[in-house]
Design a protein around this ligand. Structure first.
Ligand code: ADP
Ligand code: GLC
Length: 495
């Protein structure tokens, strides 16, 4: 891999600016961070120039801050009163992708990226505006501004209002929905004050959602030239009451400019054949020999009974109600028979953290609840488990099922969003498929899927082994999806 550099100029290809609130390896709380890292790299391989614009949060490790170079600074006005704020630009480059970090202690020195909506609203108003302002300042005018989730949703609005007569105003915008659950909702006066945007935008077609509140995501979706989300199924689902999070009507109205493009994973970052975090790296050719070694190492690390004959169920997840943890909770005891171990890695809602801790204490040696964020253990779970559970209530795309397939670990998923689009159900008659699936959000159906998987593992090992190898050979890279984004960028040129 190429080295990091602090500053870079390149001169060919379509110019794309990514704006988003997290990006691996600097700051990541979930899949958004992975996509902000992997998609730009895939676009570079397709000949684009890409800059990724991020906040310079205090929590970014010093080892990355040390790689950044000062690129410039200026003052920018924000708020209804036109107060001025410092905008600093710190820059780094890796493998052709340029990362521009916006430096402002007042907004980004709170520690974690998300600290509560009251502070987050001003923070991301500032961020979206500053992201456009630095493009003008650097005189790097992109063809497309590709914005991600509500934190960047004001950028398309600023682009067509405050920046319309400026150089960056010639760019087109895309707003990608990674998760519609989070929208940036606050009182109308709060958003009016901080965004400094004109009164006429605080109506129902743009920001307003009721007499008192405004919604940043809603306004961005109205103004973006195109909307994408991270799977075709989720693009349909969010136009319905159940999945639409109150914006289904708005999205239905904007459906002509909405499309789903499924995520991939960075297959260099997730490469089981060259994964330094594994005791026994492997490829599709030797997964069947090497997986038991990785399983034993996982059991040992977590204080579980070391026995590669057991069926190991993994879960790597934010612990929130999105992830179908209620279903797991309802059938935990039935799932855990004497031939099974369960390994949980995640943090989040205290309700789930404590129920998983309880299962661990009641089943020492058979259950491990590792309530932390831990990249290295995540790799070892993907490699050492037999199945990975993703029984989500909703799942825009989901990356854990893609990573697990790529590591030869069979996913057990609910057929929703990207899970439905990426995991073909195993068909016992034809032997085809990548995983075990269920449709309705019911605990009994999850239990049934786990039992079908376990039964195949113990009683039909030949079929099982074929699924494992097929999963490893499945193309889950970014290449196809990056091409779909490229086509979309091309289309935008013409509008
Ligand atoms: P979401 O973005 O909704 O959290 P995704 O499946 O898209 O779900 O992405 C989750 C990403 O976060 C994956 O890369 C997964 O490995 C990682 N992840 C989630 N929880 C943890 C954890 N506790 N420790 C390490 N990695 C985690
Ligand atoms: C969101 C979604 C997840 C998706 C990720 C990256 O966090 O919850 O399903 O994979 O974004 O797009």
């Amino acid at each position: 891999m190429a080295e990091w550099k602090n500053g870079f100029e390149s001169s060919t290809g379509k110019k794309i600016a990514f704006i988003g609130s997290e990006c691996y390896p600097f700051v990541k709380t979930g899949g958004l961070g992975d996509v902000m890292y992997a998609l730009p790299r895939a676009l570079i391989r397709q000949g684009c120039e890409v800059r990724v614009i991020l906040p310079l949060y205090r929590c970014i490790p010093d080892k990355y801050k040390a790689l950044m170079g000062y690129r410039g600074s200026f003052m920018m006005d924000l708020t209804l009163e036109g107060r001025t704020f410092y905008v600093g630009i710190m820059e780094a480059e890796k493998d052709g992708v340029i990362y521009d970090f916006i430096d402002n202690r007042e907004f980004f020195d709170w520690g974690n990226p998300y600290t509560g909506l009251w502070e987050d609203i001003p923070k991301y108003c500032y961020f979206s505006k500053a992201a456009l302002a630095i493009l003008n300042y650097m005189d790097w005018i992109p063809d497309v501004i590709h914005c991600h989730d509500w934190q960047a949703a004001l950028a398309p609005v600023y682009l067509r209002t405050k920046f319309s007569g400026t150089p960056v105003g010639s760019a087109r915008s895309i707003l990608t929905i990674h998760n519609l659950r989070f929208q940036g909702i606050c009182s109308i006066p709060h958003l009016k004050y901080w965004s400094g945007l004109p009164d006429y935008l605080f109506n129902y077609p743009v920001f307003k959602i009721n007499d008192d509140e405004a919604n940043m995501f809603k306004g961005g979706l109205a103004f973006a030239d195109r909307i994408t989300t991270v799977s075709a199924t989720y693009a349909d689902e969010i136009q319905t009451d159940f999945y639409g999070e109150g914006l289904n009507g708005h999205l239905f109205y904007h459906a002509p400019k909405l499309q789903g493009i499924v995520n991939g994973i960075d297959v260099e970052q997730w490469n089981s054949a060259d994964d330094k975090l594994l005791v026994a790296p492997y490829s599709a050719a030797d997964v069947l020999e090497k997986k038991p070694e990785n399983k034993r190492a996982l059991q040992q690390r977590l204080g579980l009974e070391v026995n590669d004959g057991l069926f190991v169920i993994g879960l790597v997840s934010r612990l929130t109600d999105q992830k179908g943890l209620d279903l797991i909770d309802s059938v935990f005891s039935e799932m855990l028979d004497s031939s099974t171990q369960v390994v949980i890695l995640g943090t989040g809602d205290p309700r789930y953290e404590s129920s998983f801790r309880y299962y661990e204490s009641a089943n020492r040696g058979r259950v491990c609840a590792y309530i932390k964020y831990d990249e290295s253990l995540a790799h070892q779970i993907y490699a050492g488990s037999d199945v990975l559970l993703v029984p989500s209530l909703f799942e825009p795309c989901g990356l854990t099922q893609l990573i697990s397939m790529h590591y030869g670990t069979v996913p057990v998923v609910r057929e929703t969003g990207g899970l439905k689009d990426t995991v073909e159900p195993f068909n016992v008659y034809t032997g085809e498929g990548n995983g075990f699936t269920f449709d309705r959000y019911e605990a009994g159906l999850l239990l049934d899927a786990v039992r079908r998987a376990r039964d195949t593992f113990f009683n039909n090992r030949e079929q099982w082994n074929r699924i494992v190898v097929r999963d490893m050979e499945k193309d889950v890279s970014w290449e196809n999806s990056a091409k779909q984004y490229l086509r979309l960028y091309d289309e935008l040129k013409g509008i």
